[in-house]
Ligand binder design. Structure first.
Ligand SMILES: Cc1ncc(COP(=O)(O)O)c(C=O)c1O
Length: 386
């Protein structure tokens, strides 16, 4: 089924594949299908395309081709960074607001006997570089701090944290899955030693991403097999996906600055409308924020109920909190930020994209106001939080 007329405000979850990307990928399903590890000419042709794509991705991020390790997406890239670099010590530092693609590997390392420091964040969701510096130890293997939070959009001071880590010769990985394509993700200027990215967040295909690492950085591989990707990630390469990633990155960077400015304006407008609804509060940093993510908490209503109302009105959004239905616990991000429970349950995330217009913003704001009013009328007085 094709949902025509839906206003899509969930670009932080995933994006549609750009038509140019689809076009670039098509030949690699039926025509150029050789296995890049083979010897014959079809295989060599695929190998050449693979290496050209690596060069294109590398040039977008200002690194050398051999620094790019293709993976099956952001989750695998973050896992490879954390497990692949943990051998360097016994201690890991990360933050309480990371995506589970980072937090779960950190928890697994804890189970295996590592010490893990989970840095607290302030009420806007930010860590301070001093906090990181004060936790660095002689046996710290790795620090992992995300560039932009997927739920509330808060940006972390990654370049400054990288400077502090370099002073102590500790490696820094950044989960830049929400940043690449919209924020400046020049590897050199960020000063990190590992960066994760994912194609489906930037109008590329799902199931492909990359871990970018500092030159000559030794990674302990997670997937063992045929030794592809310089032995760092075995498995026959997803050639069509990788071509799609390269094209998506190029397209994203071609208009990145203007697009980010347009999205920032639109999202500010949406914030203005939403914050004018009584009992609606901003979650996330007011200025150090992802230009396309609008994150609010609504008092007295459940995020899931709001989403259903929005869905009925043809608006696709998401609840940053993803309350687990079994426990009705708000998300770890909102809890780490100290958002009161009465608000955290009503968390709502709108993420804008290329297709978003000013008219859409107005419609979404209107529909949200109506949904909030309706649900508050339905809710028993003791749940209204007033
Ligand atoms: C910040 C962040 N990191 C990692 C991921 C995982 O990426 P993927 O879906 O490509 O595995 C996501 C996806 O939602 C994300 O938002």
């Amino acid at each position: 089924m094709f949902f025509q007329g839906m206003l899509y405000f969930d670009h932080a979850a995933t994006t549609p594949v750009h038509p140019e990307v689809v076009k670039a990928m098509l030949p690699y399903f039926e025509q150029i299908y050789g296995n890049p590890s083979g010897v014959h000419r079809l295989a060599r042709q695929s190998r050449q395309v693979l290496e050209e794509s690596r060069e294109r991705v590398a040039s977008c991020l200002n690194v050398r081709p051999e620094q790019v390790v293709f993976t099956s997406g952001g989750t695998e890239a973050a896992n490879l960074a954390i497990f692949g670099l943990a051998y360097r010590g016994r201690h890991i530092i990360t933050t309480r607001v990371e995506h589970l693609a980072v937090l779960q590997p950190a928890r697994e390392l804890e189970r295996r006997g590592y010490d893990v420091t989970y840095l607290a964040v302030d009420k806007n969701g930010r860590v301070h570089p001093d906090q990181v510096a004060s936790c660095l130890r002689y046996d710290t293997a790795l620090v992992s701090v995300m560039l932009a939070n997927n739920e509330v959009g808060t940006l972390q001071p990654v370049a400054e944290i990288a400077r502090r880590c370099r002073e102590k010769e500790v490696l820094l990985h950044t989960d830049a899955v929400q940043g690449v394509g919209t924020l400046d993700c020049d590897f050199e200027s960020l000063g990190v030693q590992a960066l994760s990215l994912s194609a489906h967040k930037l109008y590329g295909p799902k199931g492909v991403g990359a871990l970018v690492v500092a030159p000559d950085l030794e990674l302990s591989p997670r997937l063992l097999g045929g030794g592809q990707e310089g032995g760092r990630r075995s498995g026959t390469e997803n050639l069509a996906g990788i071509v799609g990633l390269a094209r998506a990155l190029e397209l994203a960077l071609a208009d990145r600055v203007e697009r980010a400015a347009r999205l920032e304006k639109l999202s500010e407008k949406l914030y203005d409308y939403l914050l004018a609804i009584p009992g609606v509060h901003r979650t996330g940093h007011p200025t150090e924020r992802h230009p396309a993510i609008v994150s609010v908490a609504v008092e007295g209503v459940a995020g899931e109920a709001l989403l259903m109302e929005l869905d009925q009105a043809q608006v696709a959004a998401s609840t940053g909190s993803a309350c687990s239905t079994a426990t009705l616990e708000p998300s770890h991000v909102l809890r780490a930020m100290g958002v009161p429970l009465t608000r955290a349950h009503g968390s709502l995330r709108f993420s804008l994209g290329r297709s978003s217009t000013e008219a859409d913003i107005m419609k979404v704001a209107r529909v949200t106001r109506l949904a909030v009013e309706r649900l508050r009328e339905l809710a028993p007085a003791d749940l209204r939080g007033t």
